[in-house]
Design a binder for this molecule. Sequence first.
Ligand code: FRU
Length: 504
Amino acid sequence: MTNPLQQAEDANAELLTQRRDRWYPQVHIAARAGWINDPNGLCHFGDRYHVFFQHNPAGVVWGPMHWGHVWSRDLVHWNRAPIALAPSLPEDQDGVFSGSAVVTDDGTLAVLYTGHRVATTAGHDMVEQCQMLATSTDGMTFTKHGVVIESRGRADFRDPKVWRQDQQWHMVVAMSSPQRRGQVWHYSSDDLMHWDEGHLLFEDPDPNVYMVECPDLFRLGDKWVLLYGPMTTARPHGHVGRNGHNCGYVVGDWNGTQFTPLTDFTPMDWGHNFYAPQTMLAPDGRRLLLGWMGSFAHPLACQEDGWCGQLTVPRELRLDDDLRLHSSPIAEFSQLGRPGKDLGPITVEPGQPLTLHHGSNPVEVCLGIDLAASRAEQIGLRIHDNGSGRRTWVGYDDLSERVFVDLSTVSETSGGYRSARLTRPNNDSRDAATRTADELCLRVIIDRGSVEVFADDGRIVLSSFSFPVDSERSVALDTVSGCATLTSVRTRPLAPHWNEPDRG
Ligand code: FRU
């Protein structure tokens, strides 16, 4: 019998023959073919950065979870590696779910992940989730060591995130309580094999939240950030919680056993497709993050093309004095592609859009918008525009004072308008608030099928898929109802980040 890893590779090679590339990411991590969700096991090991991810190698929908794998020496150019983990033990027979990686003192790479099993007893399906360990000496092939924290007799107990602190291993892991409240638990260990009995670290105060997926607890400056994805029964309201899955953070203090929140929950990304982020500490002390761009709630057009889901570009995090999280593309990202050009300063009149880029290859555009001089109601970029009226409209709306991604002309299913408030006042505690500035810098990374928008020094981020109609496309600067005054308009063509083509 072929082993599960080889079976997965064979199924994936078959799916690759069907892949179409009109929207396939050039500067984002995605599977060669098939479905991906959460980034897993982010780490620096053996002079390489490793990124693993939830992966169904045999299909374009969520299915039996494996860990896909890519690596890079510089976080800019990426290489594919064989699938790292497949279901193979009774406890992970229905999925190798999300988890994290750490490097031990003896130079071994250890991954902690959730084993997922659906047991059928007396005609009822019972989900069992436990935490499991696997290790690797070369970062490529793994030996499984089985269960290290038993199932708690409840369906939702998953996504261990492990770190080293004060000579101990610490883990945060998500659990749904018997009362269906979303909780984060903390465990500690001396050797990654034996863990204490665990204790409740945090419960989302919102009683509608029944689970908090992919918790991550890490230090930024002298505070600690608890990042998670609340699963809620509440209906979306206002601009918050519009996606099937949303995530955000609480900032607090952590003394090694207790977490004391200092803020309310704040959404972390305001776009259509951002979930299950994970962070890692880079060797130089930077806190890096990758998130999943995808959807459990809507079909995505890329599923027609033999692939589904991508990760965000790596981002660096920082916390400001108001305890707001800022994320910006890592500095290394500027090495990708050719040096850009600046077309500014410039004034754009309504009805006279300025084309900045032709074709489907990725590009980064940075706009410096002079808010004091502009008279426009909206200023932005028409992205993936082919002149048919379908395009992604990204920019700043001066009426609502919000930065937006408007997909309403692009997609009937996962479309709609997402936005984040740039300025005060602000009555919604879950909404973001900040200073008013006279210049707004918008940095937009445009790939074949996605946009990522960074504004207000990374305090506002929107990550969304954007699947244009299948033909020529362009990016143009445009304005609605009034002139737009720009201090700078920089464009930088981006080169594909893969070191080897997927197909010869
Ligand atoms: C989040 C999540 C995790 C789980 C994984 C399964 O997207 O549901 O909680 O471990 O995906 O693929």
